[in-house]
Design a protein around this ligand. Structure first.
Ligand SMILES: [Zn+2]
Length: 254
């Protein structure tokens, strides 16, 4: 399984950057995980939109979801031009279909066109099978409905924090992850119930015993070396920072 970083910024993209968007690939299948501003432009360097196998949103905050409104245009057009074999399934957090429909309505009755290229569904507490991947979800500690996402294939297990505050009850869900892609929004002196410092990301990684920690969700201009050091003081495994264009192998330990 390969994880490609499209964007790592929040709550807005820096120069030539993008907000959270991650491409997860295996066996010819392409899952887009979150779709923040800049994702659709960056995605196409790696995968034409018509080759997406599915789109998963951790939550609907604009830094994670705003580019969905242009991805819908791209997929609708791909369908009309005969480039799209099958509509791409979009999975939203539970009870968010109406929220999305209301947003599409506010933007000018876009849902009809989007549905030419997308099917719209929701994930829940159970698991979801998309191509070679099995996905599962658990609620995050965030200021709107948000979920952590676990993606498993025969290669390994990737877990993504989405946006979350610290709660040690999340450790059980993270256990067994070969790669943990975790937000590290906050500076060390900050406290916020909806986000993590790099040290808190390291703490979750250490308690869960994941193989590798990959930090993401940075304010433009953040000191990424410091974040890496802060996490490494708590988590003894490999720590890296997610950078746009970087590709990471997700694999079981040999
Ligand atoms: Zn958020």
């Amino acid at each position: 399984m390969e994880l490609v970083i499209i964007g790592n910024s929040s709550p807005f993209p820096g120069p030539k950057g993008a907000c959270p968007g991650y491409l997860v690939r295996a066996d010819g299948a392409n899952i887009l995980l979150d779709c923040g501003p800049g994702t659709v432009a960056g995605l196409q360097a790696f995968c034409p939109v018509e080759e997406l196998t599915g789109v998963i949103l951790s939550h609907l905050h604009p830094d994670h979801a705003a580019d969905l409104f242009v991805l819908g245009f791209a997929l609708g057009l791909a369908s009309r031009e005969g480039r799209l074999q099958n509509r791409v399934p979009l999975y939203l957090p539970p009870d968010n279909t109406k929220r999305l429909a209301d947003l599409c309505d506010a933007f000018g009755d876009l849902l009809g066109f989007y549905r030419e290229g997308l099917t719209i569904g929701e994930y829940g507490e159970g698991s979801l099978k998309i191509g070679p991947f099995t996905l599962s979800f658990t609620p995050a500690r965030h200021n709107m409905e948000a979920h952590l996402v676990k993606i498993a294939s025969t290669d390994g297990i990737l877990t993504y924090s989405g946006d979350t505050g610290l709660d040690m009850e999340l450790v059980d869900f993270l256990a067994g992850s070969n790669l943990f892609l975790c937000e590290a929004t906050l500076d060390p002196e900050e406290e916020h119930p909806s986000h993590l410092t790099a040290a808190q990301a390291g703490l979750l990684a250490a308690k869960a015993g994941v193989d590798q920690l990959l930090l993401t969700h940075f304010r433009p201009g953040a000191d990424l070396e410091r974040k890496k050091r802060d996490a490494a003081q708590v988590f003894s495994g490999p720590v890296d920072v997610a950078l746009p264009g970087a590709r990471h192998l997700v694999a079981k330990k040999p």
